[in-house]
Design a protein around this ligand. Structure first.
Ligand SMILES: *Cc1c(COP(=O)(O)O)cnc(C)c1O
Length: 387
């Protein structure tokens, strides 16, 4: 049996896959089992920060793999410690907890918020607000935090202590924040799975200011927006806010599973011995990959992200068949006249991989995609959008 048949027979039926089996890749180009090549504008859903098999990244990961693949969190180990230092230096945060995925990084964020509330406001504060149309993960707690009804079907009962407000509704959000049970708010600055919508800056600033004045934790889910994706190392830099804690994952280690929760001044010492843990969290091979990625995410690379983002917008905004372009940096959503699924299939047939988010076509290319390849792919996308 070929891999598609094996997959359909033996892997749990949770994924609707494209009829495509990728075997290998180099940079922004992937190959399938029949030898066809594709310019990949999805990067494994914002994970392959530097595309496939980046030479320096492979070398960094391989060197660590030859030295030591796992230690357990009972022992100190250099890659994880150095990565935490690099993340704190680059962000101004004070401590990091490492896990293996976005959902876990958010779970840690939520546990931290709950402990902060129970330490400081016992019996009073117990609710974490999130936004309608958000996405925070697939575990029971992160589903509960996700503000989309469709994700809640079938899986209740959920843990209590979550409530939802409308993104952009400043008065409504502040009204709910002012209730005595609320101790934290968690936001995605660009709602990714929700349709690639950037939150309005004045909304974020108003909520942030209210939180700071009332000791309500301002938490950010940077799982998808983080690690250079939006044109700055983290998206919050562009909003002029400093979160009390934030989560990240997807692109952090360039293609290896790694999640991180970063703590600022208020939250740095909330979790103590025994409060949280993870067997695989802070894996040295993933940490070595992330150290390499962080090193590459310098000013020049981030300027390149913004330049490529401008190129995409210039090419697609006002193009035939395009209603609007949304998002930030290289996290982009295209509202098309043609159904997004048809555009995706049309592109695939012509050697370009793009994604969808809700009813939009979604682009999350590798941050260093060569500009000639990007232009080539955009030309095909533009033609498919115009059909
Ligand atoms: C992908 C995503 C998650 C979940 O990450 P996993 O690694 O799949 O657990 C959480 N939040 C946001 C904003 C995401 O985009």
């Amino acid at each position: 049996m070929d891999c598609k048949q094996l997959d359909r027979q033996y892997i749990a039926g949770t994924y609707r896959r494209f009829d495509l089996a990728l075997t290998d890749g180099a940079g922004a180009v992937a190959h399938d089992a029949d030898g066809a090549s594709y310019i990949d504008l999805g990067a494994g859903i914002a994970v392959n920060t530097l595309g496939y098999a980046d030479e320096g990244w492979v070398a960094a990961v391989t060197a660590q793999l030859h030295a030591l693949q796992h230690t357990s969190n009972l022992y100190y180990s250099t890659p994880c410690a150095r990565l935490a230092e690099a993340l704190c230096r680059r962000t101004g945060m004070q401590r990091v907890f490492f896990s293996n995925s976005g959902a876990e990084a958010n779970e840690c964020l939520l546990k931290t918020a709950r402990k902060y509330m129970s330490d400081r406001y016992p019996g009073v504060r117990r609710t974490v607000l999130t936004l309608q149309n958000s996405f925070h993960g697939r575990t029971i707690a992160t589903l509960a935090a996700t503000g989309q009804e469709v994700f809640h079907r079938h899986f209740g009962p959920f843990p209590e202590g979550f409530d939802f407000v409308a993104p952009g509704d400043t008065a409504g959000t502040i009204e709910r924040l002012s209730q005595p049970d609320v101790g934290a708010i968690l936001v995605e600055l660009v709602q990714g799975e929700g349709g690639v919508n950037a939150l309005p800056r004045d909304y974020v600033t108003a909520v942030y200011d209210y939180c700071r004045a009332h000791d309500i934790l301002f938490l950010i889910d940077e799982v998808q927006t983080g690690n250079g994706r939006t044109g700055t190392l983290y998206a919050y830099e562009q909003y002029g806010v400093t979160p009390d804690a934030f989560s990240t994952a997807k692109g952090l280690a360039g293609g290896l599973p790694l999640g991180a929760t970063l703590f600022g001044e208020k939250t740095a010492d909330v979790l103590g011995p025994g409060d949280h843990g993870s067997t695989f969290g802070g894996n040295p091979v993933a940490a070595a990959g992330a150290l390499y990625i962080l090193d590459r995410l310098d000013d020049a690379l981030l300027a390149g992200v913004r330049r490529r983002a401008a190129l995409v917008r210039e090419t697609l905004e006002n193009a035939p068949g395009v209603r609007s372009v949304s998002g930030l940096g290289l996290m982009l959503g295209i509202e098309s006249v043609r159904p997004a699924a048809e555009v995706v299939e049309g592109c695939r047939a012509r050697g370009v991989l793009v994604l969808t988010a809700k009813e939009k076509v979604r682009l999350l290319p590798p941050l260093n995609i060569p500009e000639d390849l990007l232009r080539q792919a955009l030309q095909i996308l533009k033609e498919e959008l115009a059909k």
